[in-house]
Design a binder for this molecule. Sequence first.
Ligand SMILES: [Zn+2]
Length: 256
Amino acid sequence: MPMMTVTPIPALRDNYIWAMHSEGHAVVVDPGVAEPVVRWLDDEGLQLAGILITHHHGDHTGGMPELKQRYRVPVVGPAGGHIRGIDRHVGEGDRVVPAPGFPEYTVLEVPGHTLDHIAYYAPGHLFCGDTLFSAGCGRLFEGNAEQLHQSLAKFAALPGPTRVYAAHEYTVANLEFARSVLPGDEKIEKALANALKIRENVNPTLPSSVARERDINVFLRTEETVVRAAAEKHAGGKLETGVAVLAALRHWKDEF
Ligand SMILES: [Zn+2]
């Protein structure tokens, strides 16, 4: 397999359109807008070869029709048929080679943020859209806490070195929330100081890694006694399950 590089193309307010490229060709994930992708391809002298979509939200799909028409490339995305322009609809366990010469990705169904949300995993790489962020997770717009809990567990079970290409730069705000859940947690404190420093120069704090998220992401740590205790204190009652802890944390974060 030739060397593949993954680059964030900043778009809209705080989105990253992740672009993987190898030997003159590029594949983009969730192009919410077309213009920054076109400019980046021109600057880098790359040819667009494919598009992957994780879920139906406009800031992940808005630029897809224009890119598809301009470069005549295939689009892979979630089943359901409600995103116009998808050529291949995929679901749990499907294998996807987005373009010749690119790695084979396994599709994970990860409902919660939306019901159609999927992620793309290949050894070393996870494109997780809005389901997992560094130190956070997506809002529950369509799914429930039980679905999100299961989706996050799929990510947490991936190998530690897997790079996490989340679709938004929310790291600092997420770590500030994490710090109020677990004041004095050394790894969270350190991650926050580090993220603030990176953002001073407007650099991306991503990708993260699965190992790092297991340490600093309270939404992946719902089975830990300290996290449960903090969620119970805030919710003002007993939380018997990891799902209940996740629901309480998500609710807390929504109001944070
Ligand atoms: Zn979304």
